[in-house]
Write a protein that binds this ligand. Structure first.
Ligand SMILES: Cc1cc2nc3c(=O)[nH]c(=O)nc-3n(C[C@H](O)[C@H](O)[C@H](O)COP(=O)(O)OP(=O)(O)OC[C@H]3O[C@@H](n4cnc5c(N)ncnc54)[C@H](O)[C@@H]3O)c2cc1C
Length: 496
């Protein structure tokens, strides 16, 4: 089989770039090892429930924003989305609750009520984030590749934005923590728990400008997707086919195929077949697997190997639950982010102290009549899930222990759930590994580093000229950022 471009992996990143390329007339083939597309967002179905593995909080769906821009090119309708108001609610260990609302006045009232000890600081902190993020979003809207633009181009654009633009240049290497000097320990933890959920790291780990984008997103609008994010994946797959592209399911890629000069010429499939390409190979695998599996470690430059060995992601432990509709309707928000311990005088540990409850919305219950599907997310360190197990029973025991612990933590955090919830199933890093083959089942992108915001080179670059990467380990920021990086890559390959 010969194609201009082959995309390995049918996660949101791979699907989006393939859909754009196919509609722009490129002969593209996407290979996916599973029997369906979606990767991390593929819904889990059981007993009449359809569970969304993610939180169900999606940005970039406003008119003229990134999804609008991508779908305006595609021959399919975008999925239906609904604005979530509030986007989510944060519950702190002293039971104070703050609605993260898009209504600034209401949100600031919440800050004043809940953080009397540092109210002026808290309001000013969020206002500054909103100013910074408004400029960054405007620049990203003008030029989706803004984060990897050359320093002179970036500087010129930002200086045009005046005082805030100049401030962005100044703080680009600073961590969020450096801007929390006037915060009370309570307010700092309020920021930590959100950054951990939205950006995979705490205030010391997450860059200040990245925090501005993440924490200001509710002010711009957070949306739920009708049919969950797996619907987005299915629509992108339809788009690829409608534009003449090809999708091959149940087709695991093994490695790149090289010609005698060492240039990649295609992809060897597990079946023994080789797909030959004339233009480009796009990996939608994590960077570890792009190099470790596709390119091959023996062809990976030492410096890249060193960098990859230092990078880590978290694993996820999920409870898939059913909840009675009446109880679900009485909750203040469908999304509740809970911090259960202040963790004073110690490093923030997300593993045992925070959880996110995501209830399917009333407009899309994804459940048998009178019920709604719920996903509860806990961070978990992946190593323990992959230590040697004599047999499957040992793994089941580990899952059972984790389930009991998480079940207790859930009820302690939300006693109002009482007996209105039932367990349908669980997911752990082994499940994610089986579903997506991501190294050690690590999901959600890298644990960030506080001093990094600009990209030195485009996020799609690899060490090989005709091999590109798109995925959440190349670009942090959830599905909106992933979609933006897919657009940037499609533009690069079609010279737009
Ligand atoms: C718990 C959780 C909550 C989240 N919540 C949100 C949220 O609320 N909002 C948001 O925007 N984002 C959220 N995210 C992030 C988002 O879901 C992911 O970052 C995104 O889906 C990852 O997409 P990807 O394109 O990187 O590819 P992946 O989803 O990793 O897909 C890669 C694909 O490649 C396939 N593959 C692997 N190996 C091979 C091979 N050898 N040959 C062929 N195919 C192969 C896999 O089967 C898979 O389909 C969440 C993530 C997690 C884990």
């Amino acid at each position: 089989m010969n194609h201009e471009v082959v995309v390995v992996g049918g996660g949101i990143g791979g699907l989006t770039v393939a859909a754009l390329l196919a509609e722009r007339g490129v002969d593209v083939c996407l290979v996916e090892r599973e029997s369906r597309v979606g990767g991390c967002v593929a819904s889990f179905e059981k007993f009449g429930y359809s569970f969304e593995p993610g939180y169900g909080l999606y940005s970039g769906w406003q008119p003229d924003e990134i999804h609008d821009r991508v779908f305006s090119e595609l021959p399919v309708e975008a999925p239906q989305v609904h604005l979530l108001e509030p986007a989510y609610q944060v519950r702190l260990p002293d039971q104070s609750e703050i609605a993260i609302s898009g209504d600034t006045q209401q949100f600031e009232e919440g800050l004043r009520r809940n953080f009397p000890e540092c109210v002026d600081f808290a309001v000013a902190f969020y206002r500054k984030l909103a100013d910074l993020s408004a400029v960054l979003r405007r620049e990203l809207q003008r030029a989706p590749d803004f984060l990897s633009a050359s320093t002179p181009r970036r500087t010129y654009n930002l200086l045009r934005e005046g005082r805030i633009g100049a401030e962005i240049i100044k703080v680009a290497r600073q961590s969020t923590f450096q801007h929390l000097g006037g915060a009370s320990p309570r307010f700092r933890r309020f920021i930590d728990v959100q950054l951990q959920a939205l950006a995979q790291g705490t205030s010391t780990e997450v860059n200040y400008l990245l925090a501005a984008l993440a924490l200001s997103a509710p002010g711009e609008g957070i949306f739920g997707i009708q049919g969950a994010a797996s619907r987005l994946a299915d629509i992108l797959a339809q788009s690829i086919k409608r534009s003449g592209g090809r999708i091959r399911l149940n087709t695991p890629a093994l490695r790149l195929s090289y010609d005698s000069s060492g240039t990649p010429r295609g992809v060897d499939l597990l079946s023994g077949e080789t797909v030959i390409v004339s233009k480009a190979i796009i990996s939608n695998l994590t960077l570890w697997d792009t190099y470790g599996k596709l390119i091959g470690l023996n062809r990976t430059p030492t410096e890249i190997r060193r960098q990859l060995s230092r990078l880590r992601s978290w694993g996820a432990y999920l409870l898939y639950l059913g909840i009675d509709e009446d109880t679900a309707a009485s909750l203040a928000s469908d999304h509740l982010l809970v911090l259960s311990d202040w963790q004073e005088d110690q490093e923030y540990d997300p593993e045992t102290r925070q959880l996110m409850i995501a209830v399917a919305p009333s407009w899309d219950p994804r459940a048998p009549s009178g019920k709604r599907a719920v996903t509860v997310h806990f961070f978990t360190d992946v190593e323990g899930w992959f230590t040697f197990h004599k047999d499957e029973t040992e793994l089941e025991q580990r899952d059972q222990q984790m389930l009991e612990l998480c079940w207790k933590r859930l009820h302690a955090a939300m006693p109002e759930l009482g007996s209105a919830i039932e367990i349908i199933d669980t997911a752990n890093p082994r499940t994610f590994y089986d579903l997506t083959r991501r190294k050690l089942g690590m999901v959600g992108g890298f644990i960030p580093s506080g001093d990094r915001f600009w990209l030195n080179e485009p996020s799609y670059s690899t060490s090989l000229a005709n091999v590109f990467a798109v995925g959440d380990t190349t670009q942090p920021g959830g599905i909106a950022a992933l979609t933006r990086s897919a657009l940037v890559l499609a533009n690069r390959l079609t010279a737009r």
